[in-house]
Design a protein around this ligand. Sequence first.
Ligand SMILES: NC(=O)C1=CN([C@@H]2O[C@H](COP(=O)(O)OP(=O)(O)OC[C@H]3O[C@@H](n4cnc5c(N)ncnc54)[C@H](OP(=O)(O)O)[C@@H]3O)[C@@H](O)[C@H]2O)C=CC1
Ligand SMILES: CC(=O)C(=O)O
Ligand SMILES: [Mg+2]
Length: 759
Amino acid sequence: MPDLTDKQTFSDDDALEFHREPVPGKISMAPTKPMATQRDLSLAYSPGVAVPVLAIAEDPDRAYDYTSKGNLVAVISNGTAILGLGNLGHMASKPVMEGKSVLFKRFADVDSFDVEVKTTDPDEFVTVVKNIGDTWGGINLEDIKSPECFVIESQLQDLLDIPVFHDDQHGTAIISTAGLINACHITGKKLEDIKVVLAGAGAAGLSSIGLMKAVGVRAENTVIVDRDGVVYKGRENVDQWKAAHATDTPHRTLAEAMVGADVVLGLSAKGAITKEMVASMAANPIIFAMANPDPEITPEDVASVRSDAIMATGRSDYVNQVNNVLGFPYIFRGALDVRARTVNHEMKIACAQALAMLAREDVPDEVAAAYSGRKLKFGPDYIIPTPFDPRLIWYIPPFVAQAAMDTGVARRPIPDMEAYRIALRQRVDPSAALMQKIASAVRAAPNKRVVFAEGEETTVIRAAWGFKQAELGTPILLGREDLIRKNAAEAGLNFDDLDIEIVNARISEKNDAYTDWLYERLQRRGYLRRDVQRMINQDRNYFAATMVARGDADAVVTGTTRNFNMVLKEVRRVLDVRDRLIGLSVLLAKGRTLFVADTSIHELPDARELAEIAIQAAATVKKLGRTPRVAFLSYSTFGNPPGDRSEQVREAIRILDQTGVDFEYEGEMPAELALDPEARAAYPFMRLTGDANVLVMPGIHSASISARLVQALGGATVIGPLLVGLEKSVQIVSLGASVSEIIASATFAAYDEAIGDEG
Ligand SMILES: NC(=O)C1=CN([C@@H]2O[C@H](COP(=O)(O)OP(=O)(O)OC[C@H]3O[C@@H](n4cnc5c(N)ncnc54)[C@H](OP(=O)(O)O)[C@@H]3O)[C@@H](O)[C@H]2O)C=CC1
Ligand SMILES: CC(=O)C(=O)O
Ligand SMILES: [Mg+2]
């Protein structure tokens, strides 16, 4: 039965206030160039703008290079079929069209604005759009009633050389087809056997039934119904678009057609489907009541008559939202990125199949967070990804782009799909490129065995699974096998599919040898053998660290259930520090990557410690393939004002001067000097040749507080702190870390080891 507990409610006043405050509407515009100086103005406007004007006059395609066209989509309507509310006029459609525009931006970083055309005459509509159509890289037609929408779309497709896509037709078809593929998979029904009834033979309905037939549903197993009842072969006054889907059937009403049906697609209007109709359907019926804002039948009503149904609506406040929001942002993203001339059939099918596949994968915690912590697992209540799934942006468009390339409608094919995928990820996750680089290095190195110490935790199991699936190495889960398998099964993971090792410390054949080894190490530090035995038996961090110390594994990831300092203390009883141990946080914001040290070990480092922190941080940054440029930060600037902390920093600089290191460093200075060349210009003796990328903080407080502050303020991503400097690679995640954070730390742990191999 669908879980309705997360249903949200709001009043009409809430909806009006949301649209009115703090400024009316939902979209605004943001400049992409600075408009700060006279020069900027001369370039952006007269006279500089004349140069691209002439270039485009010579070759109109250059508009893709010099204007926003290539990332710009118009959402255009005349308001004749606004949601399921009917023809309410062009101005009434504006909130919906603004809504689509804002979703384009939010979900796929496509710029968009709305155009409401004041005409119900299809020819006039086509003339208007044809004459302004070149402005955009694509056109999303919306909420235009059928059958006029079919004529309008096909004429504009012929007249314009950009994708013209009527979202209510094709967006809806793609999402409902993805949902149907998965609902059939879950119920064991075969596409070629199912009996499908379509309630609502309009734009959305006819396109949906068309795409479903293209993926395997048999025409003779379908029945379509409009306001006048079943559209059977031979019915009079049926337009050509409905006639194309009419079938030979004895049924004349929706109620008759639904008896024994496997699937009903509602793309009509509120209340069109009754409880009695649902009760008459076949076992495990699939009910997509997609009319907006109110479905043909509510999930509550379905649940009152069927406990075996898979139920979906078009709304955000029920489970299984089958809504075109899952499609149009990503279809246009893929289409724009290859400068497609059109969105063709193959691109639509590729998108539907990609959505269906994505729903079957393990769902990241970030998605649960957006849905009040509700865990999503492929099954009757989760047949399709949710709109807030951060994977959609990098998962779906490459399939669309590839299909465009394969069918010859891409004007600018993508040469490297993997690089494209990373670039898409980078749009929503600034850490993507860095993590991808690290992951590639890990994959290229010999296989690494990474111990996931808290192996019984479900998040850790899922992380190990993800680590293995991403082919980053061999995960080893520490814990009791039965419990791990039980938790894995509950999370929907089948361990038999994957090579994941499980080690139970207590019954491990290495138990005695590890105890002997650790006792040898700790016997003169106040530990009895039985203390050490207990540590090895009961504390997974000791066992895990001993595994790497003894060479039975390459790296450890731990920390989800205990605080950082406690874990570090345990690990350090087993492993030595290779040189200086530091915590290094990676801060990604506004296109910059900054490394901040020391964010976790030295509370108030003295001058020598500061110098060594800089050396260690610079070495790590070099390993990550970047040229380190170190700034020692302080509240003071080169001795002004004087103070004890800044004196330690000044002394650290003197130590480095004497040591002679192979990286640039300078200090002490405030952050703006480190990061702004104009601010540095006032200090001609400054040794940094560019902006610093390693910031050594004067104390742990400033390091940790500043890293967390920028994260809390938003607009920045912070990775780590990474633990650097132990003799073996160990990463300690923060308490309660998410699956993706654990995978990232495990990848770093494997990377440290992999790079160690090279060096
Ligand atoms: N979830 C989603 O993503 C989407 C949902 N929709 C929803 O689908 C619905 C239809 O939209 P759209 O196709 O653009 O509109 P159209 O006006 O093109 O089509 C509506 C169709 O529904 C039929 N209809 C209306 N009332 C009934 C009824 N009581 N019983 C049977 N058929 C009925 C109409 O019949 P007739 O032809 O006889 O007038 C028409 O065929 C809307 O509610 C819309 O919100 C649309 C797009 C996406
Ligand atoms: C979702 C949508 O496009 C509609 O209901 O019209
Ligand atoms: Mg619509």
